[in-house]
Design a protein around this ligand. Structure first.
Ligand code: G
Ligand code: MN
Length: 403
């Protein structure tokens, strides 16, 4: 039997901080929109002799002896020095690192981050702070204010281990998170549990509707990667693409310019959901205004949504969707989508001009028919894109049962 390695003492950690012994390893994140590495999670590592002290052996001791904040303070300038080197190679790169809300009880850390960013002349949008929701739930108003200051500076906030806590959804509504990281346990259970699959898909949809991007963690196979790509997830992190690695290795990894599949099939599905929501809120607004005599004022507020380039479907079509250009169903979509918006505009005008109930009913019917056309083109594009890349029936999660 192997003897347990001796426990790490708080003094050893104190000395290691003072002697600058800790470094960062970086685990790459792949954009599911482009198939390229677009960021990395920085993880603190302690090289000692020829090996690394496992994080599980020193992080808990550091935490219980209140040394996480000194460690974070010592490591932050190092992170920025590494980031400057990475940005030279990939100017859009984003590095995330792990903190707890408790690290923000005093304003020191935010002050240090602001000063260091200034000193390194770095744009804060290249930085992302990962906080677990449990640390957020137990945090004070002070910590919350300091974190808000950070977000106002332009630093992104990611909720780590989403799906493992108690009230993730509520925390999302109250804190300025722009990213959620789906917990690796949830991702790994996806292959064997239909319920986990549904939870992952529903979380991605919810985040999409909130305008929050989703990083899936713990991807260990092509099957899981493909499934997340088809579900509309934004980014992927896991051993299948890359383990945490030293900075020099990361630079080599980036130079090798490895590509994964970046055909965002899942976004076609999101575009359908966006369209259905658009139609529903327009119809709700118009019928409330026309048939109950309320909501005239709110009808005016939909004007931006009536612009076919500004609705969510339009934003996708003229943005990320353009990679499907040349695909017949995609190319055919523009005209009916523009016509749909024309009908929507006429409908709103009819309501504003107090048109008769019959006229409004007629316009509503036209809107619904046109919407059917738009959806059927999107569905055609989605199923053909799935067919082209082979679907995930041979190696992916089981298809849903029941229908
Ligand atoms: O919870 P947090 O996101 O901070 O966890 C990051 C940790 O997860 C790292 O220590 C990393 O080594 C580990 N990790 C990253 N990718 C994978 C993976 O694909 N599988 C497993 N089992 N662990 C992973
Ligand atoms: Mn993390």
């Amino acid at each position: 039997m192997n003897a347990c390695p001796p426990a790490i003492s708080p003094d050893e950690i104190r000395r290691a901080i003072a002697s600058d012994a800790f470094i960062f390893h970086y685990q790459p994140k792949v954009s599911l929109h482009t198939g390229q590495v677009n960021g990395a999670e920085a993880l603190i590592r302690w090289p000692r002799g020829d090996s690394l002290v496992p994080p599980g052996a020193f992080i808990p001791v550091t935490e219980t002896h209140g040394m996480m904040a000194p460690l974070a303070r010592a490591m932050f300038p190092k992170l920025l020095a590494d980031l400057v080197i990475i940005l030279d190679l990939r100017p859009e790169f984003v590095v995330s690192f792990n903190l707890t809300a408790g690290d923000f009880e005093s304003p020191d850390l935010v002050d240090l981050m602001r000063e260091s960013l200034h000193r390194y002349r770095l744009d804060p949008r290249h930085l992302q702070v990962e906080l677990t929701e449990s640390s957020v739930i137990n945090s004070s108003g002070e910590a919350r204010r300091h974190i808000q200051t950070l977000v106002d500076m332009g630093v992104q906030l990611a909720m780590d281990d989403f799906g493992t806590g108690y009230s993730s959804i509520d925390v999302l509504s109250q804190w300025p998170f722009s990213v959620v990281k789906l917990d690796q346990g949830l991702i790994q259970r996806m292959l064997t549990s239909e319920k986990s699959t549904t939870i992952v898909q529903a979380s991605i949809r919810m985040a999409h509707q909130l305008g929050i991007s989703v990083v899936a963690e713990g991807i260990e196979s092509a099957a899981v990667y493909d499934f997340l790509l088809a579900s509309g997830c934004s980014d992927a992190q896991g051993f299948w693409m890359g383990h945490p690695m030293a900075l020099s290795e990361l630079l080599g990894f980036l130079r090798s310019d490895q590509r994964w599949s970046g055909i965002p099939i899942g976004l076609i599905h999101m575009a359908q959901l966006d369209h259905i929501q658009w139609r529903r809120s327009l119809i709700e607004l118009v019928t409330a205004a026309a048939f109950t005599g309320t909501g005239h004022a709110s009808v005016r507020s939909v004007e931006a949504e009536l612009n076919p380039r500004l609705c969510k479907l339009g934003q996708w079509y003229y943005g990320l969707g353009q990679q499907f250009k040349g695909h017949p169903a995609f190319d055919q979509l523009e005209k009916p989508h523009r016509q749909l918006h024309e009908i929507g505009t006429e409908l709103v005008e009819a309501v504003q001009e107090n048109a008769s109930r019959e006229e409004i009913t007629l316009q509503l019917r036209r809107l619904t028919r046109q919407s059917g056309l738009v959806i059927s083109l999107l569905q055609e594009l989605e199923s053909e894109a799935l067919l082209e890349r082979g679907g995930f029936t041979q190696h992916g999660p089981k298809p849903p049962s029941g229908c």
